[in-house]
Design a protein around this ligand. Structure first.
Ligand code: F3S
Ligand code: F3S
Ligand code: ZN
Length: 104
């Protein structure tokens, strides 16, 4: 299942992480929610493929260790979300469609 493109209506902001929003529900370590509102990464879908880190021209992502998560033990965290130039490479290339870009 890809990231829910309507998640901003169906979820609530549960907190902040590294300056970006975290959309719940969050029940760590097994349920982690969606990180980011411009560069949104569904941590519960991410399998740590890593192509998003490779293709992003402005290095928006950092690895975040998530031990105990059923899909993968690290996630692509949109640490530098404000730097996104909307090239869309990450959204297009993520093999599990865990990323959705919202251009303001
Ligand atoms: Fe990078 Fe994805 Fe934005 S590849 S520039 S975070 S659209
Ligand atoms: Fe995860 Fe997809 Fe990136 S699986 S590491 S969000 S390419
Ligand atoms: Zn985060």
């Amino acid at each position: 299942m890809p990231i829910d493109e309507n998640f901003k209506n169906s979820r609530k902001i549960a907190g902040k992480h590294e300056g970006h929003d975290v959309w719940g529900p969050v029940e760590s370590p097994k349920v982690l929610g969606i990180h980011g509102s411009v560069v949104a990464v569904d941590f519960d879908i991410c399998i740590a493929d890593g192509i998003c880190l490779d293709v992003c021209p402005v290095a928006v992502f950092d690895w975040l260790n998530t031990p105990g998560h059923p899909a993968s033990e690290k996630k692509a965290d949109p640490t530098r979300e404000p730097d996104c130039i909307y090239c869309m490479a990450c959204e297009t290339q993520c093999p599990v469609q865990a990323i959705k870009i919202y251009q303001p």
